[in-house]
Design a protein around this ligand. Structure first.
Ligand code: ATP
Length: 353
């Protein structure tokens, strides 16, 4: 079983801590995305798992094997892992078939077995017609597929992907996300997928680990991460939520800009500063006072833009907080108009600060 477990994993380069005490368990057959902004330590974490780097402290276990610790690091070729790099790293002087079978030939497999494995992986990755071409004669998406085929044909226990789609155009990127997930479901290896792209992570992952400053800020399913952010960082990074700052009245109410808002999520401590996330499309905006004053706040429209499918508003509350709200395109309210915002309690998530 190729579960992968990081235990208090830390990597320092000189005085800089790049991976900071990370604990993460990836079950056999799971696809986990490491998601976060540039420089948060995703690639370094992946390279530690691959065995290209040694940890400063902490351990990595694969199944019941200890593969990395500060004292001992198993070399990459003994880890039963395949890694796909941003650049694909295909051999330009080898055909598609030669690129794919390189690892098998290195393992001195017999010709028949190599032929069978090649045929099967060419079929799975839809590359049969391109087997005799050279990488320079392929599109970006086709090269990506060759890199995938080459990584999979050796039947790794663990597949490591580092921003595998960043060199593709937007349409192809979308298609290849589904392709990666399809192949994962077919082979069920354990996959660690590094990306800074939220929708890529949402489409492919069973679990997403959102990284910030070398730490995992939140680990959860795509639904957890999107609907139940726990920190201000995750709320803003995933789907750009509004974050409202107020003062807690009790464990599930805050005072904000002259109003009282009922909230869900983290339990609050009375009289403490509190932060609450709400998504742009969860805020309702009206020009007349709503029937119920519950969870309503007065604001003034400062800007609105028609975006075809919806309208994007920037509003300012009496205490000077700027919020974004997305409404249907029919609601056209000019700048300068006073409006009522309704913030449904079940959509107001108190954050752990
Ligand atoms: P990106 O999405 O831009 O690739 P990332 O989240 O993958 O970012 P890492 O590549 O893990 O980030 O790098 C994290 C930090 O560690 C960066 O500030 C980087 O400059 C630093 N870093 C990475 N490798 C080294 C090294 N060998 N020596 C010193 N600093 C390094």
């Amino acid at each position: 079983m190729a579960s992968v477990e990081l235990r208090d994993l830390t990597k320092r380069f000189g005085p800089v801590t790049v991976v900071d005490n990370v604990a993460l368990r990836i079950d056999h057959g799971q696809l986990v995305c490491l998601l976060g902004p540039s420089g948060c330590g995703k690639t370094t974490t992946l390279r530690l798992i691959a065995g290209f780097l040694e940890p400063t402290s902490g351990e990595i276990h694969v199944g019941d094997r200890l593969v990395s610790s500060a004292a001992r690091t198993l070399p990459p070729e003994q880890r039963k892992m395949s890694m796909i790099f941003q650049s694909y790293a295909l051999w330009p002087h080898m055909t598609v078939a030669e690129n794919i079978t390189y690892g098998l030939r290195l393992r001195k497999m017999d010709r028949d077995t190599i032929g069978k494995k090649l045929k099967s992986i060419l079929q799975t990755t839809k590359l049969e017609a391109l087997a005799e071409r050279y990488p320079g004669e392929l599109s970006g998406g086709q090269q990506q597929r060759v890199a995938l085929a080459r990584a999979l044909v050796v039947e790794p226990e663990t597949l490591l992907l580092d921003e595998p789609l960043s060199n593709l155009d937007a349409n192809l990127r979308e298609e290849m996300r589904f392709e990666i997930r399809r192949l994962h479901d077919e082979y069920r290896y354990t996959t660690v997928y590094v990306t800074h792209d939220q929708s890529e992570a949402m489409t492919t992952a069973d679990m997403i680990a959102v990284m910030n400053g070398g730490k995992i800020d939140q680990l959860g399913t795509p639904e957890d991460i999107y609907d139940r952010p726990q920190s201000e960082f995750v709320a803003r990074f995933i789907g750009s939520s509004n974050v409202i700052k107020g003062v807690a009245r009790d464990e599930n109410h805050i005072s904000f800009s002259g109003a009282t808002l009922r909230v869900v999520g983290a339990k609050l401590a009375a009289n403490q500063d509190a932060a609450v996330a709400i998504r742009q499309h969860d805020i309702q905006l009206s020009t007349s006072a709503p029937a119920s004053a519950d969870n309503t706040v007065k604001a003034t429209v400062t800007r609105q833009v028609f975006l075809g499918a919806n309208r994007d508003y920037v509003v300012e509350t009496a205490d000077g907080t700027t919020l974004r709200a997305v409404t249907s395109p029919q609601t056209a309210v000019p700048a300068g108009t006073e409006v009522w915002l309704t913030l449904p309690p079940e959509r107001c998530r108190a954050l752990i600060r």
